[in-house]
Design a protein around this ligand. Structure first.
Ligand SMILES: [Zn+2]
Length: 234
């Protein structure tokens, strides 16, 4: 069962329980109208949170190859409901598989494992729908291992195939990650070692904002506890 169907199953159960609870309250003597609107508000908030959190932007294969930081890859895995253990290569492989399976869409539904197993448990007939991952997921891009070696900032590409430009750098007022002021020269944050332009472009996407929010809090925590440089902690 895919994440979308799993959420569908869970949502049906949630809404049923929500309105069953309202019916019980009304039965106990609570006023009908406010109780029903309360239950409706709960259902709307649920739908909103679900959509905001689990309907996520798909980072295309080419862009996944540009992520070098293990923490970034782990954050992406977590957002996509994938296993976030292992080293850079394993994490990237998982993300590439995900990107390939969703290559036709800009956004897709993701779900934590618990939700998928809950949905599958509700499934009455084990349907054997052909998954689109067959065959397609097997081929790994050539040079995957080579891509693990991080080139110096400034030489790797930017997300979406954008070109690097000094205008983008000079428009930066602060590091997107640690909020330190940008260095007067160079494209790397002197405080946390981030490739400023790469993260500035990442910040322009919806999923990028989420990745950065998580990364920023982790990096600030690290800086606070006196880790001299992000790059040396890899
Ligand atoms: Zn920084």
């Amino acid at each position: 069962m895919g994440p979308r169907q799993a959420w569908g199953a869970l949502s049906i159960v949630f809404v049923l329980v929500d309105f069953a609870a309202a019916a019980i309250l009304i039965d106990l003597g609570y006023e009908t109208a406010p109780t029903l609107s309360g239950a409706t508000v709960i259902a709307i908030v649920y739908a909103y949170v679900l959509y905001k959190r689990y309907h996520v932007e798909v980072v295309p294969e080419n862009d996944i190859m540009l992520f070098e930081d293990r923490d970034d890859l782990r954050i992406l895995c977590r957002i996509y409901g994938l296993d976030d253990s292992g080293e850079t290569g394993a994490l990237r492989q998982r993300l590439l598989k995900f990107a390939r399976a969703n290559s036709q869409r800009a956004f897709t539904w993701v779900a934590p494992k618990a939700v998928v197993s809950f949905g599958s448990a509700l499934e009455i007939q084990p349907t054997s729908t052909p998954r689109q991952t067959t065959g397609k997921a097997l081929g790994l891009p050539i040079g995957l291992a080579a891509a693990d070696a991080s080139p110096a900032a400034g030489s790797r590409g930017l997300l979406g195939g954008k070109a690097r430009s000094s205008a983008r750098l000079s428009g930066l007022t602060a590091c997107p990650i640690c909020e330190a002021g940008p260095p007067r020269s160079g494209a790397v944050c002197t405080e946390c070692g981030a490739d400023l332009e790469f993260y500035a472009v990442l910040q322009e996407t919806r999923i990028g904002k989420r990745v950065l929010a998580r990364k920023a809090s982790a990096v600030r925590r690290k800086l606070r506890y006196d880790v001299p440089h992000l790059r040396s902690s890899r």
